[in-house]
Design a protein around this ligand. Sequence first.
Ligand code: ASP
Length: 600
Amino acid sequence: MAESMKGLKRSHRCGELSAADAGRNVTVMGWVQKQRNKGGIIFVDLRDRSGLLQIIFEESDCGAENFAKAEKFRSEFVIAVTGTVEKRAGAVNENLTTGEIEIRAKDTRILSEAQTPPFPVEADSKTKEELRLKYRYLDLRRPDLQGNLILRSNIAAAIRLFLTKEGFLEIETPMLNKSTPEGARDYLVPSRVHAGSFYALPQSPQLFKQLLMCAGYDRYFQLARCFRDEDLRADRQPEFTQVDMELSFVDVEDVIEVNERLLKYVCKEAIGLDVALPIPRMTWREAMERFGSDKPDTRFGMELTDVSEAVKGCGFGVFTSALENGGSVRGINVKGQAAMPRKKIDALTEFAKGYGAKGLAYLCVMPDGTYKSSFARFMTQEQLDGLVKAMEGEAGDLLLFAADRTKIVWSVLGALRLEVARQLDMIDPDAYHFLWVTEFPLLEWSEEENRFTAMHHPFTMPMEEDLEYLDTDPGRVRAKAYDIILNGTELGGGSVRIFQEDIQEKMFEVLGFTKEDAHERFGFLLDAFKYGVPPHAGLAYGFDRLVMLLVKAESIREVIAFPKVKDASCLMTGAPDVVEEKQLEELSIAIQVQDESGLS
Ligand code: ASP
């Protein structure tokens, strides 16, 4: 039977006690990690979120009744113990902060009994993730997850403290909205009162934060929950948290400046990391040219080289036809890997195909200076020498090439570079490389929709020097948009916003919105702009990702208390689930399930 808390008060968390407390009378409460009955003496490891503490029960100290209770303890029982802190008589446990002490129990209560858990509650669990997520409340007791969530809370607190000191106001924006323009699919919530109408859950607070700037709030931030109904991807969550901010009377430099100090502060507070300022910067163009990615991992080299010039007019059709079709030929130099077995190169080729490559061409510079290559027979010695020189190839190097439309070449080599570095262990896991990527293209051509779409969102300001191309050559217009990258992961991004009506209208036009469309969707923002709008800009971080990288977790699921799995379901609660007919009726909703042929 569970005993009550009546007359009992916890004096300390388990991990808060140390040798300095020797002699003190304390009351601790928590979960039994382990109970060892050695006859006349019972050892208990007691656990709470702060750590483990050893308790000793001896009948001569605690009496027969309490000793009998201690004999009943099983793992995960919740107990309270009152006793005295003592220096350990036995061996000191250096792995525990409380390793020098133990509590000699005088009194105890069983607050709650426990069934045997489906997996052991301990760090570095080898338990399958599905089982852990089904019993997330037990999983969350494990010290590594508790550590992650404690750090998450500390990071949030540091962000709040810093931004508040910098004059930012924390303001909440609504969850039930009209569709936002971020470009992913919305989660919809049916309205009961307005039958047939739906709210959209926010993909981000974008429009509201811009309206707050119109309203004069100057500097806003929010730890905002966002929802995006995207296709299944391994490390995505349908709902996630952003550190969202917006500032008035600023330009790119101002946003970057305050965010650099924010990152420096948070990294120092959270993990004691010193971030050197200023954070390096690179334009989008440079990032693509050098790393084949708009979120380059700069912890290692192996940069891309454009060899289009060197292979021009050579006899290798794969190269020349890529050039003839307006594409390019680029390569990476895998230093010292000329002896890579053919099988491994074939596997890399398969990998590259996953990114749209038709194949991968390779050239090994052998130790004697000769070449072993998939395409040597199509080229003269002179052409080959020229190519190797362009790649700065030396004896022992493996050169890998992709030839196609430049967009594909970048994406193939960008991914390949990361894969090779991973395979060859070239990445220092302790390094933190921050990077700003700036001057993104404003627009992206969508093959599917046969029109331009906004690379960031429709409110992003073009660079002033490119405004003239908005009519004539929209594809070349660069944006006042920036991303902050950490170790090859996009931590956040933002932009300076358009605040001039004529530019906004032009932008909508380029995106293929009619005036009516634009007004239907964003009329309230456009109207607000008519009443005096300050120039403004902002940025949002993926908070889950930031925490994940700072705690070095493998997945964002390790830093979210109750995450969903890949198909957006919750293994613990079973959400999403069917609802009662009556609820649907109230919402005027009839369900029509389609079979695979699309017929109902
Ligand atoms: N709302 C944007 C996003 O979610 C960030 C921003 O532009 O501030 O990516």
